[in-house]
Every structure is written in structure tokens, then in C-alpha cells.
Design a protein around this ligand. Structure first.
Ligand SMILES: *Cc1c(COP(=O)(O)O)cnc(C)c1O
Length: 396
């Protein structure tokens, strides 16, 4: 009987709307890319996708997906351990391990599942998870599903992390430090070299979620482990095929081979959820082949990011220091972030303003995400629009 809950939900929805927190979706009628078309007929430049390497509609990946459909069919109709493992799933897992310099990989339907299914099979109430306060929602959910003791340290704060490691020292059998590779609202990276030193000192494992860093950060885009020169030293890396790596769908956990093998035996989202579809797997293989051949896209992304940051700072904008392709333009005022994003859309620039509770109170901002799909003229148009609207709103 639906009755009472209908009224309750309607009130909840009204409250969300009143608080200005209602999320409505813009409808795009073109493929994802630097230039997109909305269902209003408006053509805009996209600066809010996770399409860091510009691969979302790359001809080579589209072709590989079509070939995968032809050679391996549409769906798997099974989980991996029953009859859902094809040769291409094994190939993709190997290629991911090669990319990160790890021993083995396990695929998931999404990184949300990878993070949701990584802790519970490995850790018990005798163990401790020491997690950065700004870690992604899927890590938080994964931790909740596991009985291990929980410690939270302040974002990238090594003193606080050491404090928590000391606290956990006497009570925990195994310890694991968990961090995002790039924090999505600021674009900052955790000091993985220092985390690695602390991990050695206090005998803890490390897990890093490379969703926003893989393909982006580091000289050749190998992620934060490349940036901090700790490649091959992480115990667990999780990541997504849904951002820089083509923007399709799929997640993975890669790392020490015993860990991956236990996950294959016991990780619930792996055991009880369908296998990745062949077209996605084939495109993934083509993508990692491309990554192995050239760093052209990473180079272009890095030069785009440097160019954009430099021009925006020269124009007087207040920008968070970033080591990724995320550029947070600080406005502090929630309302201003919404007005500015809307005026930028009128100028043909699609960006999103974020405010509490997505970011701390008084820390409202517009987040710009750069891409290798952006050409210099796209960047210039975006910068010009920011300057125009910024002056109008007296931000600069
Ligand atoms: C996007 C993201 C995820 C989720 O990835 P999906 O593959 O889209 O489920 C997990 N962790 C972090 C840090 C992310 O940014």
C-alpha cells in the first residue's frame, strides 16, 4: 500500500527543492565531447566531464567496441565464475596490471563496486582501516560493509595519519591506509611518498583509488604512483573505465596477486553481479593498447591544464593548487557559484558550481575539468567567458 509514504516523499522532495539542493539533469543529444549539443538546441563547450583524455567518442574505441560486439556478442548473461569469463576479460585484466605495474587485476561493473567489495573479504573486526576524510562515497560505503575498526585522518594530513596509525598499532592485526589518488573537488593529490614511508614504519598496507588520477597524473599518466615514484609499491589500486579511460563503464581492483585471488573467491559485487559486456571490454583493451603506444593525449592534457591555469591566474582568479586536470575556481559564496555557472552557460561554457554539502560551508566554487579533447580555441573561449562574467559579477 503506497499511501502514506507518497506524502512523506513529496514533502522530502519539496524540502530538497527549498534548500536549493534539487539536482536536475541537462539533456545532451550529441555524443560526449568538447563540443556538445543540448536538447534546447544550444551548443556548448563542455568543461565538466571526466573525459580527461578525450576518449569518450574516440573513433578507435568506437571501432573496437563494434568489433567486440561482432566477435564476442552483446551480453554475458552470467557472473564471472559461472560462465561469464571470456578471453578478452582475461586480456583486459592483464593489460590493466601492466599499465599500473601490479601483479593481477579483477574487473567489476564499476569502481563503486570495486570499492564496495574490497574491504570485507580481506579484513575483520581484528583489523583497522585508516581512511582520508575526503575519500569517495564508494570507499565510505565499502568501509561500512566491513567489520574492521575505522579511523579517519584529515585530508592529506600526515601528522594526523601518523597519530591514527599509532592509535591503531596496539589494537589491530592488519592495518590499511586508504586514499583517493586525486580528490575530486580540489584536484589535489595525497603525498603518496610520505604515506608510503608511514606505511612502512607502522607496518600498514596502502590502497589508492586512482579514478581521477589514472590516465591524468604523472609524466605518462600512470597515476599518482608515477607522480610520487612509488610505482609497484601499492598493495591495492582501484580505478574506473568510466573517466579518463574511455568514459564507458567498468571498474577494477589491481594489486598483489593473493589479494586479487581472495577477491575472486569472496568479493560480493564480483560474485553476484553480471560480467562486463564484451564491447566495453574490447574498447578497454584498445584503450590500454593506445596508452602503451603513445603519450600524445596525456601530453596534450598536461599542456592544456598548464595553459588554462596560467591564464586564469593571470586574470586574477583564485584557484586551488592542482596537480590534476581539475581546476577549482574559488568563489566561496554558494549563490554566486550558481549565478556564475548559469551566466557561463549563456556564454556557451558548460561548468558546474559546487557548494555545501558537496564542499565545506563557505567554500563554494566552480570546478573546471580540462580534457585532451579541448583545442586551444576552446580554452581561449572558456577563459574569455570567465573573464567577462567574472568582471560582471565582480569576482575579479
Ligand atoms: C568516479 C569515482 C568512483 C566511481 O567510479 P564508477 O566506475 O563510476 O563507479 C570511485 N571512486 C572515485 C574516487 C571516483 O572519483
Amino acid at each position: 500500500m503506497y499511501g502514506n509514504i507518497k506524502d512523506h516523499l513529496s514533502t522530502e522532495l519539496a524540502n530538497i527543492e527549498e534548500a536549493g539542493l534539487f539536482k536536475s539533469e541537462r539533456v545532451i543529444i550529441s555524443p560526449q565531447g568538447a563540443e556538445i549539443e543540448l536538447n534546447t538546441g544550444q551548443k556548448v563547450l563542455n568543461f565538466c566531464a571526466n573525459n580527461y583524455l578525450g576518449l569518450s567518442n574516440h573513433p578507435r574505441l568506437v571501432q573496437a567496441a563494434k568489433e567486440g560486439l561482432d566477435s564476442h556478442g552483446f551480453g554475458m548473461s552470467s557472473v564471472r565464475f559461472i560462465c561469464g569469463t571470456q578471453d578478452i576479460h582475461k586480456t583486459l585484466e592483464r593489460k590493466i596490471a601492466e599499465f599500473f605495474g601490479t601483479e593481477d587485476t579483477i574487473l567489476y561493473a564499476a569502481c563503486f563496486d570495486a570499492n564496495g567489495g574490497v574491504f570485507e573479504p580481506l579484513l575483520t573486526a581484528d583489523d583497522a582501516i585508516i581512511s582520508d576524510t575526503l575519500n569517495h562515497a564508494s570507499i565510505i560505503d565499502g568501509v561500512r560493509l566491513c567489520k574492521a575498526q575505522r579511523y579517519r585522518y584529515k585530508n592529506s594530513d600526515m601528522e594526523d595519519l601518523e597519530e591514527k596509525l599509532k592509535e591503531a598499532q596496539s589494537v589491530a592485526r592488519f592495518k590499511i591506509i586508504v586514499t583517493d589518488g586525486v580528490f575530486s573537488m580540489d584536484g589535489n593529490t595525497p603525498p603518496l611518498d610520505k604515506i608510503n614511508e608511514l606505511a612502512k614504519k607502522y607496518d600498514a598496507m596502502i590502497m589508492v583509488d586512482e579514478c581521477h588520477s589514472a590516465g591524468v597524473v604523472g609524466e605518462t599518466g600512470r597515476g599518482v604512483t608515477e607522480l610520487f615514484n612509488v610505482r609497484g609499491e601499492m598493495d591495492i589500486i582501484t580505478g574506473t573505465l568510466g573517466k579518463a579511460f574511455g568514459g564507458g563503464i567498468g571498474g577494477f581492483t589491481t594489486g598483489k596477486k593473493e589479494i586479487i585471488e581472495i577477491l575472486r573467491q569472496r568479493s560480493r559485487p564480483y560474485l553476484f553481479s553480471n560480467s562486463l559486456l564484451p564491447s566495453v571490454v574490447s574498447a578497454g583493451i584498445a584503450m590500454f593498447d593506445m596508452m602503451a603506444e603513445t603519450t600524445e593525449l596525456q601530453d596534450k592534457l598536461h599542456s592544456n591544464t598548464d595553459y588554462f591555469m596560467e591564464k586564469m591566474m593571470a586574470a586574477g582568479f583564485d584557484i586551488k593548487p592542482t596537480r590534476s586536470a581539475i581546476c577549482a575556481i574559488m568563489l566561496y559564496d554558494a549563490k554566486l557559484s550558481q549565478v556564475m555557472a548559469s551566466k557561463l552557460l549563456d556564454e556557451g561554457i558548460y561548468v558546474i558550481g559546487f557548494y555545501f554539502p558537496v564542499v565545506p560551508k563557505g567554500q563554494a566554487r566552480i570546478r573546471v575539468q580540462l580534457s585532451a579533447a579541448h583545442e586551444r580555441e576552446h580554452l581561449d573561449k572558456c577563459i574569455d567567458a570567465f573573464i567577462k562574467v567574472g568582471k560582471e559579477l565582480e569576482v575579479i
